[in-house]
Design a protein around this ligand. Structure first.
Ligand SMILES: NC(=O)c1ccc[n+]([C@@H]2O[C@H](COP(=O)([O-])OP(=O)(O)OC[C@H]3O[C@@H](n4cnc5c(N)ncnc54)[C@H](OP(=O)(O)O)[C@@H]3O)[C@@H](O)[C@H]2O)c1
Length: 302
């Protein structure tokens, strides 16, 4: 798990193209923005979502990766609605799990690095301390199981980097912050679970971590999430406060809320390895949330 020599940009073998899957999604949107800034890749980037490249289609994956001789594949594609995965388990296992094997085999064929985005939901949530990369996974729901299969498939690529993150919010997608803002704007009282603790993560900060990890040639599993753990309830309260809304926010237990998929009670990730490899710690939500809300207000939130 040692870091490779530090490079100052996202070098890929002979500057071969970088393939990004799931390009219409929230994280890929942040990568697109980050790649356009200093330290972004010199190599061309091929942005694909399901209409251009369905990662469930192994022949199509193989053909594109081999034809373009990709130097890196960043897999942002997936089924990310946790409750929907519970009712569509087979499809979740196919896209979040087996399809990552398609990317891994294609990466191996051309000597590319596969960067797989994974989740805190691979953990069971019964630890009293933050999870480190080596902790045994124990997913509680179909989404977590499918993402764990995705990790195992990604690890078959000789060059792989698995970035586990959590509780994403940012432009270009459905997320908790947007939904709380929408309900607050309608003046609707909110009921939010107070017995799940994790790390809200701004996609722009995660994009920065991915650029740095790729730049230093990191391999293996790395945790990368915002550095301030909180509960969904406290997070909602902070969003409402910053929006200067006076809607009531009431706590509720997960059991009473009764969502289809069970969630871990404590899924805080220890990000020390990221800091050792890159010198970077993602800011916490008290730093990044106000900036995101300002983006939303100014209409930059796509
Ligand atoms: N969101 C979170 O809180 C969170 C937390 C931890 C980890 N992650 C992981 O981070 C990664 C990025 O998440 P995100 O929130 O940016 O996801 P997202 O916004 O849901 O984007 C995923 C994209 O993948 C596309 N997609 C679905 N099936 C596909 C297929 N078969 N082939 C190609 N593309 C396909 C989706 O299209 P459709 O919209 O048409 O389905 C969507 O554009 C995912 O791996 C996710 O598991 C997310």
């Amino acid at each position: 798990m040692a870091a490779r020599p530090t490079r100052n940009d996202m070098t890929t073998p002979r500057e071969r193209p970088i393939l990004v899957t799931g390009a219409n999604g929230m994280l890929a949107g942040a990568l697109r923005r980050r790649f356009g800034q200093p330290g972004g890749p010199a190599a061309p980037v091929i942005w694909t979502d399901v209409d251009e490249l369905n990662i469930g289609d192994e022949a199509a994956v193989r053909q594109l990766v081999e034809r373009r001789r990709c130097g890196a594949i960043i897999n942002c594609a997936g089924l990310t609605q946790v409750d929907e995965c519970q009712s569509r388990r087979d499809e979740a296992m196919r896209i979040n799990g087996a399809a990552v094997g398609h990317l891994a085999r294609a990466a191996e064929a051309v000597g590319a690095v596969l960067v797989q985005i994974s989740t805190d939901f691979v953990f069971g949530g019964d630890e009293a301390r933050p999870y480190v990369e080596a902790d045994p996974p124990q997913p509680l729901n179909a989404y977590g199981e499918s993402k764990l299969l995705g990790e195992r498939e990604a690890a078959r690529a000789p060059e792989h980097l698995i970035v586990r993150t959590a509780w994403l919010y940012g432009p270009h997608g459905r997320n908790f912050v947007r939904s709380i803002c929408r309900q607050a704007a309608l003046g609707r009282p909110l009921t939010v679970v107070n017995d799940q603790v994790g790390c809200p993560t701004y996609t722009g900060d995660l994009a920065e971590a991915i650029v740095r990890l790729m730049g230093c040639g990191a391999r293996g599993v790395v945790h990368a999430c915002g550095s301030e753990p909180t509960s969904w309830f406290e997070f909602a309260r902070e969003i409402v406060r910053l929006r200067q809304s006076d809607v009531a926010v009431e706590p509720i237990s997960s059991q009473r809320l009764g969502r289809p998929a069970r969630r871990p009670a404590m899924s805080v990730l220890d990000c020390s390895r990221l800091a050792e490899l890159t010198g970077y710690r993602l800011p916490g939500f008290r730093t990044s949330l106000p900036a995101y809300l300002a983006e939303m207000t100014s209409g930059e939130d796509g």
